[in-house]
Structures are given as C-alpha cells and as structure tokens.
Write a protein that binds this ligand. Structure first.
Ligand code: SAM
Length: 316
C-alpha cells in the first residue's frame, strides 16, 4: 500500500485530500504503521471515516481557514504521538507511570486550554492514524453499538465526542448524556455533535467530575460508554459502580483501557489483561460479554506486554 493507492481510491468529491497528504506525506514516519495495516479492500470504508472526521472537524470550527485547521490537527496528532512515544520509552525503563496525582493532571492537562486543544484534535485523529484506534472504532460499532438496546445512553469522559456521535447516529431513538471533567472536552464534544447536525434535544454534555457522582437521570441507562477513562483515575471503580447503579440488568457497557501504555494523564496502571478483567468482574460487578485485545507493536524491550483493550460488559 502506498500514498498513491490511497489517493487513487479517494472519491472525486472528497474534501480530505489535504489531510491525507499532511498525514501520509508530511508525517510519513508517524503514519507508517497505519499504511502497513491498510489493504486495498479496506480503503473505501477507511476513506469514508477520514472524510467524516475531517468534515466534522472543519464544520465544528467554520471560522478557521482550512490550512490553519490542518496545521492545528497535525500539531495535535504529533503532540499525542510524540508525548506517547517519549513517555512509553521512559515507562519501559521504570515500569511505572509518571503521573500519580489526579489534581495535578487536572491542572496541567484537563483545565489547560492550550494542552487540551492539541490533545483533543490529536486524539480524534488517532482514530484514522493509529491502526489500533481504527480497529477499536470499528469494533465499537460492530460488537457494541449494533448489539446494544437503543434508549438512554451515558458516556463518562466523551473528550472529542466521536464515540458519542456514533452512539447517536447508531439509532434515532438514542438519547445521550455525556459527563466530562474538562471544560475544553465539553466544548469540543458539543461542537462535534452540533457540527454533525444531531438534534440538540437528543443530547447534552455537561462539565462534571464523575468521581463525585453521576447526574440524576429520570430513567436507568441502557448503554454506558467509559472509553479511555478508567486508567486516568486513582480509584476507577468509583465511576464504573456509579454507572452500574444507574443501569438495569440488560444495560450494555463499553469499556476501553490500556495495559502498560503511558500517557500524560494515565495514573492507574493495569499490568495485565487479566487485571483489567478482574477489575470489571470483581470491583465493578460486571460480567464480560465480549473482548478485543490489541497488542501494542513497538520495538521496545518491556517486561510485560502492552495492550489496548475493549470490553463489552453487562451487570453480573
Ligand atoms: C483520553 S480522553 C477519552 C476520550 C474518548 N472517550 C475516547 O475514548 O477517545 C479522557 C477524557 O476523560 C475525561 N475525564 C477524566 N477524568 C474525568 C472525571 N473524573 N470525570 C469525567 N470525565 C473525566 C477527560 O477530561 C478527557 O476528556
């Protein structure tokens, strides 16, 4: 697969050509794993995803000229990838995450406008720039959204709002509540759902620390998403249990986390896949229905294997 193959498959009316060039040509070193993961038969769906993300990113900030938005997006993607690489190399030596105090992470990351602008653009673009995130997004739709009962949806930590958007797109009967501690994530999620023209009466995204409780809600939640959040908390069981207490016996949970993977805001270290499973079934009272394990492929000498992991669960 080459960049020319990608461009040859791009529909004539697509607007994401400049983004593809910025990723696959200007940041070729960063996109190498994604290029290797793609095959010709995957291109139509992959290019629809890139077009979708780029159209929404642009529509969410209509006043920003395209070259400027492109530069911001690439800065975010480089920030996310470089921060991760630097920290992962350090983690391979120490076996410990660098951050340990949630309040410091809140001050330096979640409440910091400059950091969060790069963090959210970058994280959203990883869904088409990192093979594991692209696989995760597809699995979210196939193994979770397609199987969960429609109705009341809760997401803790929607961040950029892309999973929230697909929750709302997956069924017109879905109504969505997102709770995020970062004012910048709240604003970003709202702008994404607005730009994607989702009826505002179907959703709300509120600035809340979910560790302090989950919003009172008239009905139990039918779907609960907690993606890339539990590793950010010292006691992640608090939020999962709070969500479970507001669910019913058939509520479907989608939980993702990482094993031995560092980031600026990772605090809780899961050292094995089994620790993640035990966390869900033990401390959180859930039963695992389905699981996707994505090994991190990096040339780093590490004591234990590193994974992205996604679980579909139900209350036990
Ligand atoms: C890595 S992002 C995840 C974004 C998205 N869910 C995804 O999977 O790509 C983590 C998000 O969790 C939010 N978060 C962290 N601690 C939180 C808390 N105590 N309550 C609510 N949201 C929190 C952060 O502000 C950030 O937006």
């Amino acid at each position: 697969m080459t960049f020319d193959d990608i461009m040859a498959a791009l529909p004539a009316d697509a607007t994401c050509g400049p983004l593809l060039r910025a990723m696959y040509v200007d940041k070729a070193w960063l996109l190498k794993p994604m290029l290797e993961a793609l095959s010709l038969d995957m291109l139509p769906a992959y290019l629809r995803e890139v077009e979708d993300i780029w159209s929404v990113m642009r529509a969410a900030r209509p006043q920003t000229p395209e070259p400027h938005r492109l530069a911001e997006g690439m800065k975010g993607l480089a920030f996310h990838s470089m921060e991760f690489l630097k920290r992962q190399i350090e983690f391979a030596k120490t076996g410990e995450y660098k951050a340990s105090d949630y309040d410091t992470v809140y001050k330096e990351v979640y409440s910091n406008e400059t950091v969060m602008a790069q963090y959210l653009d970058g994280l959203l673009l990883t869904y088409v720039a990192w093979p594991n995130h692209y696989r995760l997004l597809n699995w979210y739709r196939d193994a979770y959204l397609a199987k969960a009962k429609p109705g009341e949806c809760l997401e803790i930590g929607p961040g950029h709002g892309w999973l929230a958007l697909w929750q709302l797109r997956s069924n017109p009967a879905n109504r969505f509540l997102g709770l995020d501690i970062s004012p910048h994530s709240v604003a970003y999620s709202r702008s994404v759902l607005g730009a994607a023209k989702i009826d505002p009466s179907r959703w709300s995204v509120l600035e809340r620390d979910a560790q302090k409780g989950i919003e009172t809600h008239p009905k139990p939640f039918d779907r609960v998403v907690i993606a890339e959040v539990i590793e950010h908390l010292a006691k992640p069981e608090i939020i999962v249990n709070a969500a479970r207490e507001r669910s019913h016996k058939d509520t479907l949970f989608f939980i993702t986390t990482v094993v031995n993977i560092e980031a600026v805001d990772h605090i809780h270290l899961f050292r094995s896949l089994q620790e993640v499973r035990d966390f869900c079934t033990g401390k959180c009272g859930l039963a695992i229905v389905d699981e996707l394990d994505l090994p991190l492929k990096m040339n780093l000498k590490m004591e234990d294997e590193a994974y992205e992991v996604a679980l579909v669960c139900k209350p036990a």
